[in-house]
Design a protein around this ligand. Sequence first.
Ligand code: DGJ
Length: 762
Amino acid sequence: VVPARPSLGRRTRSLTLLLGAVLALGAVPAAAADEPVAPATTYDDYQPGREWRDTDGDLIQAHGGQVVAATDDAGEPIWYWYGEDRTHGTTNTPGVHVYSSTDLYSWTDEGLALQTMTSRDQFTADPYFAELYGDYTDAERDVVWRDLSTTTPADVAKPILERPKVIHNEANDTWVMWVHTDGPSSPDSTSSYGRAWSGVAVADSPTGPFRWIDSYRLNGVPSDSVPWCGTSAAYDPAGGMARDMNLFVDTDGTAYIIYSSEENRTMYISKLDADYTYLSAAPEDAVQGEDFVRILPCSQREAPAMFHANGQYYLITSGATGWSPNPARYATADSVLGTWTDRGNPATGDGAATTFGSQSTSVIPLDPENNRFIYMGDRWTPGASGSTDLGRSPYIWLPLTFGEGGSLQLNNATTWRHEDLAPQSSWQVDVDLDWSWVGDDLPATVDVTSDGVTESQPVTWEFTEGTVGTVPVTGTLADGRTFTREVLRVPHDLVYVADSGAATVGTGDAARIREIAAAAGTPVRNDVPDQPLTAGATWGWTSAGAGVKSDVGDDLYETVRYAANNRDITYTFRDLEPGEYEVHAGFWDPWAHTRTTELLVNGEVRGTLDITDARSSVSYPATVAEGGELTFTSRRTTGESTMISFVMVSRVGAEPEPEPQPQPGREVDVVVSARAQCWGDGRAVVAVHTANRDGHPVDVRATTPFGEKKWTGVADGTAVYQGFESGVSSIAAGTVSVAAYAYYDGAGHHQVRSVPYSAVNC
Ligand code: DGJ
């Protein structure tokens, strides 16, 4: 059981009076005049991973830390770097170390900003603690000892002090430090991470001494409000867990604490009070959305680092894999307590999967007016249990740059200086590219808005992965800037779209493709996403014992059918009109195995492919002979059994059906009505009904503002009906045009009727 938050917390005493004496205790003795002074250890560049020493030549101990911009006593800019002192390894930390610098390359040791304790006697016997906590009551000292003592009985897990962060409170000119303070949640606990608390300390000077106030569980949500990511351990009645954490002060002076909660499943951001030393409201009174937000649910993110750039808020996080590096991700929001959108890994290329061998800790605002920011990460080297190797964990500082729409890029570098990080402007491309026809050119120019000025610029396009289905497309502007869009690529004149592996519903992409094909007047023949080739079926797959991954999302590639025992997977399409076709197939391996496959059309090998976790697609011409059958086969050659994401069949070069030529004077007798209606949950639809009374079969074409539909050979005495979805909930009054054609007595006959419909608001 985690002890409840002690009621004595939230101290707000002035520190000023006692600090003079304590600062003197922490001062570094000056070298005597006749002693030789060793040259200072300095640097003039960053070499991520290099041993980094302070000006005295000692290894810098500021892990899991943060760099804060400040002003020195002479009013000059100065930087302070705070972090974990890991001299003794994972536990027994001496406290939070602070260094100062005027150039961010070379750092002067400013000592321990917050000191931990080794003995309770220090409250009286050690002048530092006696001064700092001299006016604390016994109960208050209990809290300090509980949170800052590094000693525990031999059989009790050691306490932990991690990820210290400091912010300056301009309103009362104090420096406030929050840390992840942890340790056994009960005397017999064996976990150093059982408490999951955040602790707070305050100082009048950026270098300390910071005086401990208290530590707390933070905001959480009620037990019945979320499914806890399927992990009962994520909910703790003792309150909102808080482990890896960071702080952020917004432009309006409001401060926030960002923390990994719910057993590291979900991130929270909580507002702090005006002093920055407690939450804006106690957890029992806090209002979600006003005092805190629960973000990136169930994403298991740690090591949050927030900053503000390009008019939006950024949050870089790591995955939760202990001391091992993993892929970073970043999210953005329009306001701190707003909606955060995950935008993927900011690192790309070699090393992206381990964030270049690092875990985020903070972002340094090098020159925020020009969007120049530095990523601070740790490359943890914990060594064997009990080793002090963690204290030699290198620091990884890398330049951050921004792409189109404020997309974030973390760049790897072996040696770099601030001059290598150019000012970053914000820019955005405006192009309507939700979907496009395969074979049609993409736009030759796009509108680019850079720093508020919009101009049309030529663009070249490259498909980053496959070419059919939703694929990433990279646009390159004349000046070399690149941007990407996810574009749904749809073959013209589709006949079938088989969403291989889809269970019942099919992916969002497959549904969109069906809609696009129907709106173009060439609706696909299949109305289920995937099916086996049973007797009498016009299409389907064959592959005995095949399995599926059928988690249906939007991406056509992400449902797959995989073969068993190295068998082929074949799709057969029947009842096709003889002629020329194209077969398109897509591949993507969710398990990233090695699979090489031969691809056959009508039994003939057309190519080979390595199926990987990158989306790839093929398109092959195919001739359908009398009998109307087309087959597509994926046949394993090496590696794991083959798999398919989708197969599409499209018609090539089919003669457009000649439109019957109207013959003036001979009308076709059809009765047309049109009505605007509401369907389902508020979709406005124009419904068109055409009855044939001509005494002959007729062809009908209905044209509305929301699409067109053709019927051929509508028998006499029957009617055709179609609802045209507007895609919105409210439409104005309008007109439908229905053309009817008939051919008899050696001549064509024609009739066009315009029918009004009224406005509807669903
Ligand atoms: C990952 C965290 O980000 C670190 O601060 C530390 O707590 C390690 N886990 C411990 O395994």
